[in-house]
Ligand binder design. Structure first.
Ligand code: SF4
Ligand code: SF4
Length: 435
């Protein structure tokens, strides 16, 4: 166990850019290369870029800690080539790392794509970057690692708040802040019938305005009710399946654009649409390929009929989980598609097709220290086991105090109070703190 392991585990650090894998696990790896992911996969998201501009020293410090922990000789900061301001700021922090400039295509910030760009290797099907000697961490995770080593736990996160809001911002918020409070901190909504989205426009989901920000929340989007994305995401799965049966022309444009297919993975979304026509009976190769889908949404973008192989894969995966069917872990040789580099999707074209161009503005950076009147802090915010509350109703807590502990022997992350206040309610799903 290396010297940083305990500090990172006790600070409750999880991957800030994805599903939230507890970071201390990655610190036990032994790899050649560590990549700081500063590429922001989803369109419109800007907090990673802003953090690299405003806290370059912390990003580099976290990268140093991680590299030392895993024994990596090569340290890379991968960012979009258009992030010249971030590169300039980071360049002032020494020469212990190298830059890798990525083209502005979607989904370039996906870690499988980044690994392919930076080390030239394809992460195996059902595998991890570790399988090719790489650890990838988002830049905000690296900042949290740097804080953890100084004894500062994860209590806040940076989110991009945009869309129909008065002052779109990169905003630092206490964990547990309600979406609506974060939006109001940005001047409130500018549309009569707002709908809220978290994550990103391609992979995100619609949420209630009172849902809390958690350690893995990257973006908060406000769209008008009539926006294309809201219409599309509101479609019920029964409708999606009927559409697949009746309107799919088998043109295979979805497959020809699928980033995983282009890397050589055994996935062909046009075929899952055919499978729907056979009422998903039996286990087919097409159904098993749901395990390989990254849910990036490129197939929805590519489909001339606006159909959604991605949603069909989501449904298929649920079905497979329900049946207890796991993936086949046999490793195959992967051959990159010869047309891969010509089929990438420029972010600007994606924004235009999704009706998002008008929201692509310069975001104010607001990390002022504020706290809402109430936070709800969930005990499970990531992959792994839920934490167990260790406080009671009526307790006074200070920001940074432990309020949830990882059950013994389980993979999980500690939870800390994000504001000073009084515990108003406690149950196994989470803790409410009032100021
Ligand atoms: S969401 Fe669509 S494009 Fe993306 S990996 Fe899955 S099938 Fe391929
Ligand atoms: S692009 Fe659309 S219509 Fe064409 S095969 Fe895929 S789902 Fe069917």
């Amino acid at each position: 166990m290396n010297r940083f392991f305990t500090a990172v585990r006790e600070a409750g650090v999880v991957g800030a850019g994805g599903a939230g894998f507890p970071t201390y696990i990655k610190l036990q790896a032994s790899v050649d290369t560590v990549i700081a992911n500063g590429a922001e996969c989803e369109p419109l998201l800007s907090h990673d870029r802003a953090n690299m501009v405003h806290h370059p020293d912390k990003v580099v410090q976290g990268l140093g800690v991680l590299s030392e922990a895993v024994g990596a000789k090569r340290r890379v900061i991968a960012l979009k080539e258009k992030y010249t301001d971030a590169e300039k700021a980071l360049a002032k922090c020494g020469d212990s790392f190298e830059f890798f400039s990525l083209p502005d295509y979607y989904p370039v910030g996906d870690e499988v794509e980044i690994v392919k760009y930076v080390v030239g290797e394809t992460v195996p099907e059902y595998g991890l970057p570790l399988d090719v000697g790489v650890v990838v961490n988002n830049v905000e995770t690296l900042m949290n690692i740097a804080d953890a080593v100084e004894g500062v736990p994860v209590t806040h996160r940076y989110v991009t708040v945009c869309g129909e809001v008065e002052n779109p911002k990169v905003l630092r918020v206490p964990i547990g802040t309600k979406i609506i409070d974060a939006v109001n901190r940005c001047g409130g909504v500018t549309t009569g019938k707002p709908k809220y989205y978290v994550g990103g426009p391609m992979m995100g989901r619609m949420v209630d305005a009172y849902e809390p920000v958690i350690k893995t929340t990257t973006g908060i989007f406000v769209f008008p009710e009539e926006h294309f994305l809201i219409w599309k995401r509101s479609l019920r799965i029964e409708h999606i399946l009927r559409q697949a049966q009746s309107a799919c022309t088998d043109c295979r444009l979805c497959t020809d654009s699928c980033p995983r297919f282009l890397l050589g993975y055994d996935i062909e979304p046009h075929k899952i649409m055919r499978t729907v026509n056979f009422a998903m009976e039996g286990m087919t190769r097409e159904m098993m390929s749901a395990h390989l889908c990254s849910f990036c949404g490129v197939c929805e973008y590519a489909c001339p009929m606006w159909l959604s192989p991605k949603r069909v894969y989501e449904k298929t995966l649920d079905f497979l989980k329900g049946e207890g069917v796991n993936f086949d872990k046999r490793k195959r040789e992967l051959a990159e598609h010869p047309m891969r580099k010509y089929r990438r999707i420029p972010s600007s074209r994606l924004l235009f097709r999704m009706g998002l161009t008008k929201y692509d503005v310069v975001f104010e950076y607001d990390e002022s220290d504020w706290q809402p009147e109430e936070v709800f802090i969930p005990m499970l915010q990531h992959i792994g086991a839920a934490a167990v509350p260790v406080i009671s109703v009526g307790d006074k807590v200070l920001r940074g105090e432990v309020i949830g502990e990882v059950p013994a022997g389980k993979l999980g992350a500690r939870v800390h109070a994000s504001i000073d206040g009084v515990v108003a309610s406690v149950n196994k799903s989470g803790v409410v703190i009032n100021t």
